[in-house]
Design a protein. Structure first.
Length: 395
């Protein structure tokens, strides 16, 4: 018993992102003496969320804490200390005139009248509000294409926005021109940047099974299995109601999804026992997965437990809910399912969108032999004594 009491506590130092800043997080078992010493440093604060003490992450702060407690604890540096964290600058409050605010309100009403989704309206509002903040007192009827270009150069480039964000902004501007034709912006001359041709990240079938096995929480496992087995978008999972799951017909009805479309999806036979176990245990009221009764679950929560499960499963790829959807489509293609059916199951409006999975499917690629393999094979066939030819040997 004395050995346990006198044992030196371990203090873990971690690098975390907290309140939009990179912090040094200090974790240790409850110890009044250590707490008293850390409080004397003044610049440390307690986080109920992180369950530890934190301060700004600097090499100086690491040195100070090590120097202060070098005789009191064993230090352990977490792997996060060596990672880089990208922090977006905190946006300052927009300064927009009352006149321009009224224009923005009318623009939002215009978008609603065109039946754009809430998500699209919110995105376009943000772009136009940021644009007006940048313009300050510039009269709207004097706006030209050069003002749009300057905004991108001054605001978008420093914030390192993606190509897809650039393209969305141009869509917002083109619609603004249609709404407010008095401005001198020529929407025909506005050229969107070309789409990035980035292949989606795809998990192997074995990695998907490992991921589900490492998700110990029944509710979390059911959510991830539902995304993969049906190829759902994260929004479709969160808005899926129990009444739209037909076990007898083994169908899931997706209502009012992207593009205001409904579609039917196959309910996986192997998923039904897990789903029934989850529904019986958690008793959701309205939605398949709920935060509180009758309320939708949080997308951030799904991303969080998916990240933890992929880390436990030893998956080094960056895994998001959409990665499971990509994996679903790719595995269907590898199993010989026609692209037209995959397009229907995914709810894609254009076949070109589904065609991207032909680039990541390994079904046909595995049939192609490397020239190196062919060269080794030919040497082996020509020389009976070279049956055991290996490039790894020393020559």
């Amino acid at each position: 018993m004395k050995n346990i009491i006198n044992s030196t506590p371990t203090l873990v130092l971690k690098k975390v992102l907290h309140r939009k800043k990179v912090r040094l997080l200090v974790l240790f078992p409850y110890n009044e003496a250590l707490i008293s010493k850390i409080k004397k440093l003044n610049n440390y604060s307690w986080s109920q969320t992180l369950k530890g003490w934190y301060t700004d992450y600097t090499t100086e702060n690491i040195t100070i804490i090590k120097q202060l407690l070098k005789h009191e604890v064993k230090f352990k540096l977490d792997d996060s200390v060596y990672r880089k964290f990208s922090v977006r600058p905190i946006k300052e409050k927009r300064i927009i005139s009352e006149e321009n605010k009224e224009v923005i309100r009318s623009y939002i009403s215009y978008l609603k009248g065109k039946c754009y989704s809430e998500s699209t309206i919110k995105t376009y509002f943000t772009f136009i509000a940021d644009f007006f903040d940048y313009l300050k007192d510039t009269p709207l009827d004097t706006l030209t294409n050069r003002d749009v270009e300057k905004f991108i150069e001054t605001v978008f480039v420093p914030r390192k926005y993606s190509i897809s964000t650039h393209r969305q902004f141009f869509s917002a501007i083109k619609l603004f021109k249609a709404f407010y034709p008095e401005c001198n912006i020529d929407e025909i001359q506005l050229k969107r940047p070309k789409k990035s041709k980035i292949l989606p990240t795809v998990l192997s079938k074995e990695e998907v099974i490992d991921l589900l096995r490492c998700t110990r929480n029944l509710k979390h496992r059911a959510a991830l299995a539902m995304i993969y087995s049906a190829g759902l978008r994260i929004s479709e999972l969160l808005n899926l109601k129990l009444e739209h799951i037909d076990i007898d017909r083994r169908q899931i009805i997706i209502k009012n999804s992207k593009g205001r479309k409904d579609r039917n999806i196959i309910l996986a036979q192997s998923f039904i026992p897990l789903m029934l176990n989850y529904v019986t245990s958690y008793n959701p009221k309205l939605y398949f997965i709920e935060g509180k009764p009758y309320q939708t679950y949080s997308a951030e929560s799904v991303r969080s437990f998916l990240h933890k499960s992929s880390k436990i499963a030893g998956i080094t790829k960056r895994v998001t809910p959409h990665t499971l959807r990509h994996s679903y489509a790719t595995h269907l293609l590898e199993n010989g399912i026609d692209l037209r059916y995959i397009q229907e199951l995914l709810g894609h409006a254009k076949p070109e969108t589904t065609m991207i999975y032909t680039h990541v499917s390994k079904k046909d690629l595995l049939k192609i032999e490397s020239p190196l393999d062919l060269a080794i094979k030919k040497l082996t066939e020509n020389d009976k004594n070279s049956n055991n030819l290996r490039l790894s040997e020393n020559y």
